[in-house]
Design a protein around this ligand. Structure first.
Ligand SMILES: [Zn+2]
Length: 267
């Protein structure tokens, strides 16, 4: 599933291609997840932003086109539309290009709302701070994690203590911070270290254009390179790069998880 670095990579590629362009026509699959796409027609794109894993295209009439890529969503620009049964929404621009959302498994989501009015997108509305928000410094992440007794990895995936982290970057950061993913409490010191490692793995992911394991593609159809840099995620059975112990796969609240039994003790 695209996480913050993948969505940020898409945002950076999309921005120069759609900024200032008017949406002259649009279409959405009749499913409630995509049906609002045509509401953006007639407006122009004023800004291309991101919040967590959501893309936010500000429109020139005070509304926002919100796109969530879900598991398999890909945004791409094409010179005119082609027949593709997996395109769930498209927006034709005034330069003849068509912005398409292709989404094989349909876990993606499109919304057109008044800017910042996210009541109809509860997951977006409930997100915690962006990873580089100073509110997370000085124990801020620790404070947010203390609001729940859920496993620390599950808390990260909930987007509530901090926005944008999914399975890949959670496993990476917890491994680098030496924190067992199924801990229910962390110390202030551990939380500070976790914040530093979350920022580091997300920054590395962005610098590498995201992680392509299966479906994620950049706007130009390319793959990210961060999968070559992963130290923990997806490496169960291989030796830990720090201590040589074999990394172990487990399931934490239903999510496949990899950790080092030596570097990440349970207590
Ligand atoms: Zn280790």
């Amino acid at each position: 599933m695209p996480e913050l670095p993948e969505v940020e990579t898409v945002r950076r590629q999309l921005e120069p291609l759609v900024l200032g362009r008017a949406i002259v026509e649009a279409w959405g699959h009749p499913s409630a997840k995509f049906a609002s796409a045509p509401l953006a027609a007639g407006s122009a794109v004023d800004a291309v932003g991101r919040r967590g894993k959501y893309l936010l295209l500000d429109l020139d009439d005070g509304r926002q086109l919100v796109v969530h890529l879900g598991m398999t969503g890909q945004l791409r620009l094409r010179p005119g539309s082609e027949v593709d049964p997996y395109v769930r929404a498209w927006w034709a621009l005034d330069d003849g290009q068509v912005l398409e959302l292709r989404d094989v498994r349909r876990f993606g989501r499109v919304g057109v709302v008044a800017a910042g009015e996210w009541a109809t997108l509860p997951t977006l509305a409930a997100q915690g701070p962006e990873p580089w928000d100073p509110a997370l410094d000085d124990g801020g992440l620790w404070h947010n994690l203390r609001r729940s007794r859920a496993h620390v990895k599950t808390q990260l995936l909930s987007q509530r203590p901090i926005a944008g982290v999914g399975n890949i970057y959670a496993d990476e950061a917890l491994w680098r911070a030496g924190i067992h993913p199924a801990r229910r409490t962390v110390t202030r010191r551990q939380a500070d270290r976790l914040l530093a490692e979350l920022r580091a793995v997300l920054e590395q992911g962005i610098a590498n254009g995201g992680t392509t394991l299966r479906d994620y593609r950049t706007v130009d159809g390319g793959e990210g390179r961060n999968q070559l840099e992963l130290g923990c995620y997806g490496r169960a059975g291989q030796p830990c790069g720090r201590c040589g112990t074999l990394l172990r796969r487990s399931v934490v609240d239903g999510r496949g998880t990899t950790h080092c039994p030596a570097c990440q003790p349970r207590r």
